[in-house]
Design a binder for this molecule. Structure first.
Ligand SMILES: *Cc1c(COP(=O)(O)O)cnc(C)c1O
Length: 379
């Protein structure tokens, strides 16, 4: 596949594999790693990341909803896939048909599931131990659900899990309370399923995957810290997989008093070189990033004026040739603009940044140090 614009994201699959392998080496040998590839693998590209993670030793994949799981299955991936969110009970037969495991989050859901004769649906029970999102809260609900599951061959009791609300925070009391509640529910189980899991990236790396025999690794597989607070506690150096690049498309000199972009808010105070970049808010490079630095020739230069839908402008220290590479996220020589720097500027978390780099931005995949594939969702 081709693309015809000078803005692209590079996804380094070697970094994904490194992060997965290093994480597995931190875990006890009986703990399986499931790679969380929901939301198009946090904007990185679900199929490519899933394949890389599986090659690196992940035993399965997890996504948010059924359509995401079907996309992976239809691409030929044979590994176990778990849907973490709530699916519609009337779609359970589609999950069963494609050997996709789903989450049971309430008694009602299980009662409304309709399967075709002979079908078997693998289920994981979700316990709400303090996230307040989906899942059952009491032993009574748990026993009701397990009885329903165990009394028919139509259901395979494959797992039980919960999700932490504060595993990435310095204070651990709420996290410990959640573990305690989960343990109480586990103690009430009439029969233990093959998989018991609770750890996201933060719990996996900080506490070596507390509780159970499976972890769900999301953000850290992409080489990003679950929070800046716990970055110093991570057991190894994560390698970020995502970088964002463009090229200067136009360079011109402004005279003192001349203006840049909508609202004419930025005014040249002296003779200034202004470069235009072909990236804007429709690519996910939102207006809040005005003032943010980008890298050119290994140096930081600021975005000036308002960011437009498809373009933005930078102030250059000197004239550069159009076509000169510009890095918006990533490294050039000794300078680096991290996902965390962009997240801070946008007053959000690093998770959000690659997720909202839109499908207009082609993804270029690097493996073994070489470009191995391209994806241009526009074509
Ligand atoms: C998204 C998600 C994860 C992955 O969390 P990270 O913090 O990205 O590792 C794990 N479990 C559930 C239920 C999720 O929704």
């Amino acid at each position: 596949m081709e693309f015809y614009r000078d803005t692209w994201a590079e996804i380094n699959l070697d970094s994904i594999k490194w992060n997965v392998k290093k994480t597995i080496s931190e875990l006890k040998p009986f703990v399986d790693l499931f790679a969380v590839v929901k939301a198009n693998a946090y904007g990185h590209g679900d199929i490519q990341v899933a394949q890389a993670a599986l090659e690196a030793g992940a035993k399965g994949l997890a996504v948010a909803f059924l359509d995401e799981a079907l996309k992976l299955r239809n691409s030929g991936i044979k590994a176990p896939i778990l849907v973490l969110g709530a699916s519609r009970p009337e779609d359970a037969n589609i999950a069963a048909e494609h050997r996709i495991s789903v989450t049971v989050h309430e008694v009602d859901w299980l009662e409304r599931v309709q399967l075709k004769i002979g079908q078997q649906l693998s289920v994981h029970i979700k316990c709400d131990t303090g996230m307040g999102r989906i899942g059952i809260k009491t032993k009574k609900e748990l026993l009701h659900i397990t009885n329903l599951i165990l009394q028919t061959k139509a259901f395979l009791f494959e797992g039980i899990f919960t999700h932490f609300a504060t595993a990435d925070e310095l204070k651990t009391n709420y996290f410990e309370q959640q573990i305690e509640k989960f343990q109480e529910l586990l103690d009430a189980l009439p029969e233990k399923p093959p998989y018991i899991h609770c750890s996201n990236s933060a719990a996996t790396l900080r506490f070596k995957g507390v509780g159970g025999n499976m972890v769900r690794l999301g953000i850290s597989m992409y080489g990003l810290t679950p929070s800046t607070d716990i970055a110093p506690m991570l057991p190894f150096q994560l390698k970020p997989a995502f970088s964002l690049h463009t090229k200067l498309v136009h360079v011109k000199q402004l005279n003192p008093g001349e203006k840049v972009s909508y609202g004419a808010e930025y005014e040249a105070s002296e003779k200034e070189w202004i470069g235009t970049l072909p990236i804007g808010y429709a690519d996910g490079w939102i207006r809040k990033l005005s003032g943010q630095d980008v890298l050119i020739n290994g140096e930081r230069v600021p975005i000036v004026g308002r960011i437009c839908m498809d373009q933005c402008m930078v102030r250059l220290p000197k004239r550069y040739e159009p076509g000169t590479p510009v890095t918006l996220i990533g490294r050039q020589e000794t300078e680096e603009i991290t996902m965390d720097e962009i997240a801070k500027k946008r007053e959000t978390i690093n998770y959000e940044i690659p997720c909202i780099i839109t499908s207009r931005v082609p993804r270029v995949y690097i493996e073994g140090g070489k470009v191995t594939s391209l994806s241009n969702p526009l074509l």
